[in-house]
Design a protein around this ligand. Structure first.
Ligand code: XMP
Length: 513
């Protein structure tokens, strides 16, 4: 792999993603990893990420100079660039000036390899206080900015290079080209990581682990569990049984999509459990969001355990459980620093691992976009693979107020209109998702037909995001919003008002509960 050393900022994941977009497998390691540990992984290259603002700060992580004796190709980015310069005998100075945001880069060496084919000027994204004031011996300086004379350097004999700016962020022009130049030309790596190779590798791995045992998987209707199950099915065929719990909090057409389209595409053996009454009874009168989430999570596990016990009961049950865990979950839980629980995320595809199963997690190394590519490779329907995220607790946390069958029907009807119109307008791929929320305890006066109404508002919450950690509200076209509003107030009789949520995250979370 290419190992990305995480110096503590949010950038390491992004770099790993960009490396994979260049068709090379990449993983993140903490900056506490020793050179021996890194070398033991036999990386094709190492990338040192951005991080805290100053290499002089107390406790700022340093780069062990021994890394450069291993002959592993290394690229330094931002903080990693400075740490690398220092470790190699260059100097880093406190400039007292900070460069933030879009900066003009002048490429000074037309024969440079790292910045080859770049125009003489490009806009790049900067975020730093200190700067490299003297490059290490043997390095050629290849670019500068108005405030930073040494903005890129390289030493091709030693296969080392670096840039002061952030090539991984979308605001940097030609950033991906620079990463490719490093990976392909400086480090000499042959790009061979693609959906087909991932699939072959994972199918073989699942076969090796599972052998002839029985496997079970909870399908949520979401992308991750659907792809994980299809992959395991390809590996072990009918040893796999999927369980789909219909908790009555699904959107219109979701159960059919799983029962009909998914089964048709995969041939997977599916058991659907009808548990609507049970969930609605448990949620009766509950309005507090965390309480709702906990109830839904608890009921889900009970239903799932009962269904699981019946599968292969004659032969003593099932040994393996498939989970659609993704790489960001792995990285984030490995980060381990006690972040506050904002919401107890209940992923219906993701059960707690204290269930009596051994876990099979074939997507553990993948990012979401890679999972989607894999799903397409496995022949899953496009509507399923491209599906927007939908929370495990479903519409239960999109009714603000107590949940009941009537309110669910109202929200389901409004949500179906929103999805239909957004798809027709072709905006699905521009947004991350669009929760539709029913303010069930709020009423306002309206006039519909000839009469006064006293109905409920529906909230539209379209957001754009890269990873759901932060998000901005999406600027959907006004005529699309107008069509949605007209149709909902016209077709869903309990609703007389449609409002738009224009809050970014933070401060608002994406879901309302
Ligand atoms: P928030 O509301 O925390 O949501 O900004 C971030 C993303 O996570 C989704 N979400 C969930 N997904 N189980 C899930 O599987 C959950 O309990 C859950 N809660 C929120 C939300 O839709 C958004 O994409």
């Amino acid at each position: 792999p290419v190992l990305v050393v995480d110096f503590g900022a949010q950038y390491a994941q992004l770099i790993a993603r960009r490396v994979r977009e260049a068709n090379i497998y990449s993983e993140i390691v903490p900056s506490t990893a020793t050179v021996a540990e890194i070398a033991a992984r036999e990386p094709a290259a190492v990338i040192l990420s951005g991080g805290p603002s100053s290499v002089y700060a107390d406790g700022a992580p340093a780069v062990d100079p021994a890394l450069f004796d291993t002959e592993i190709p290394v690229m330094g980015i931002c903080y990693g660039f400075q740490a690398m310069a220092r470790a190699l005998g260059g100097t880093v100075a406190r400039t007292g000036r900070r460069e933030y945001g879009a900066t003009d880069l002048s490429v000074g060496a037309p024969d440079a390899t790292l910045l080859r084919d770049l125009p003489a000027r490009a806009t790049v994204w900067m975020s730093h206080g200190d700067a490299v004031s003297a490059a290490p011996d043997g390095f050629t300086v290849t670019a500068s900015t108005p405030d930073t004379p040494i903005a890129a350097f390289e030493n091709l004999d030693r296969r080392l290079a670096g840039v002061q700016y952030h090539p991984e962020v979308a605001h940097t022009e030609h950033g991906q080209d620079v990463l490719r130049r490093f990976l392909y030309d400086v480090a000499g790596i042959i790009p061979d990581w693609n959906p087909q190779s991932i699939l072959d590798e994972q199918v073989a791995a699942v076969r090796a682990v599972v052998g002839t045992e029985k496997v079970i998987c909870a399908l949520s209707g979401g992308v991750d569990s659907a792809v994980a199950a299809a992959l395991v099915h390809q590996a072990v065929g009918d040893q796999l049984t999927c369980v789909f719990v219909d908790h009555g909090l699904l959107r219109a057409g979701e159960r059919e999509q799983v029962e009909r389209d998914y089964v048709a595409a995969t041939g997977i053996h599916l058991v659907t459990v009808d548990a609507e009454q049970r969930f609605l009874a448990a949620l009766d009168g509950i309005t507090e969001p965390e309480t709702k989430r906990k109830i839904i999570g608890r009921e889900f596990i009970r239903v799932f355990e009962t269904a699981a016990a019946e599968i292969n009961a004659a032969e003593g049950g099932v040994k393996f459980l498939v989970q659609g865990t993704l790489y960001p979950d792995v990285v984030e839980s490995g980060g381990g620093t006690g972040t506050a629980t904002i919401k107890s995320h209940h992923n219906v595809g993701g059960l707690p691992d204290d269930l009596q199963f051994q876990l099979v997690e074939p997507l553990r190394a993948l990012f979401k976009d890679e999972v989607r590519a894999l799903g397409a490779e496995l022949g899953l329907p496009a509507a399923m693979v491209k599906r927007h995220p939908f929370p495990g607790p479903g519409l239960g946390i999109r009714i603000i107020g107590a949940v009941d069958a009537e309110r669910l029907a109202v929200l389901r009807a409004a949500d179906a209109i929103v999805r239909e119109e957004m798809t027709a307008a072709g905006v699905d791929e521009q947004i991350w998702q669009c929760p539709v929320v029913l303010l069930a305890d709020v009423r306002s006066v309206g006039v519909q037909g000839d009469g006064r109404t006293y109905g409920h508002p529906i909230v539209l919450r379209p957001v754009s995001s890269e990873d759901a950690m932060t998000a901005d509200w999406s600027r959907l076209p006004y005529d699309l919003l107008a069509r949605i509003s007209n149709r909902i107030t016209g077709e869903v009789s309990e609703v007389n008002r449609v409002v738009l949520d224009i809050t970014s995250k933070p401060p608002g979370t994406i879901e309302w509960e």
